[in-house]
Write a protein that binds this ligand. Structure first.
Ligand code: AMP
Length: 194
């Protein structure tokens, strides 16, 4: 299996690029943000648990997110591979993911980090908020808080995979197609190694 983490701050382009890569490589796409939003829309207990955190721009507790990923992975045993988008977001999530994959004889091939500076992120998310219907995309303070949470709690995940020799930094500014091309080159390189 080809398991890839598409990484980066909110607004870096993970969702957009995931769609392109999923099509090209025929992989499954697991976005914890999308999963949590569907749970919320369906009014499930999990959705209710997540709601307060999401509306504040805070991370949903690790146990909730890891439990959700665990059941998703059980359903994906026949996939060619998975693109993880918005997960892992903490060191505990990264360690849990490594262990879950290992239990299935699998591993992460690479973590691709989309690098975009903060001013551009805020601009992109507020623009997306005009059509996404997401409350957390519409308020500048909340957007800034999410970027701060990324710096404080999530960036360390890149270091975790760097230590495993799996980190690839990609400039996330430019034409969408040009960025997709850079991601494909990095994925092909990682796939050849693994
Ligand atoms: P996203 O769609 O990835 O920007 O995620 C939207 C919100 O969902 C985040 O601000 C968090 O509140 C929550 N969320 C998504 N993925 C995770 C995760 N892996 N760990 C904790 N919270 C998450």
């Amino acid at each position: 299996m080809l398991n890839i983490i598409l990484f980066g701050p909110p607004g870096a382009g993970k969702g957009t690029q995931s769609q392109k890569l999923v099509e090209h490589y025929q992989l499954e796409h697991i976005s914890t943000g999308d999963l949590l939003r569907s749970e919320m829309a369906a009014g499930t207990a999990l959705g209710k648990q997540a709601q307060d955190y999401m509306q504040k721009g805070a991370l949903v507790p690790d146990a909730v997110v890891i439990g959700m990923i665990e059941s998703k992975l059980k359903a994906q045993t026949h996939a060619k591979g998975i693109i993880f988008d918005g997960f892992p977001r903490t060191l505990a999530q990264a360690q849990a993911l490594d262990e879950l994959l290992q239990a299935h004889g699998q591993k992460i091939a690479c973590l691709l980090s989309l690098e975009v500076e903060e001013g551009e992120l805020t601009k992109r998310i507020l623009e997306r908020g005009k059509t996404s219907g997401r409350i957390d995309d519409q308020n500048e303070e909340l957007v800034k808080r999410r970027v701060q949470v990324y710096r404080n709690e999530t960036e360390i995940v890149a270091t975790h995979y760097e230590k495993q020799g799996k980190l690839e930094r990609i400039n996330g500014i430019g034409e969408i197609e040009e960025i997709t091309q850079k991601l494909k080159t990095a994925i092909d390189k990682a796939a050849a190694k693994s």
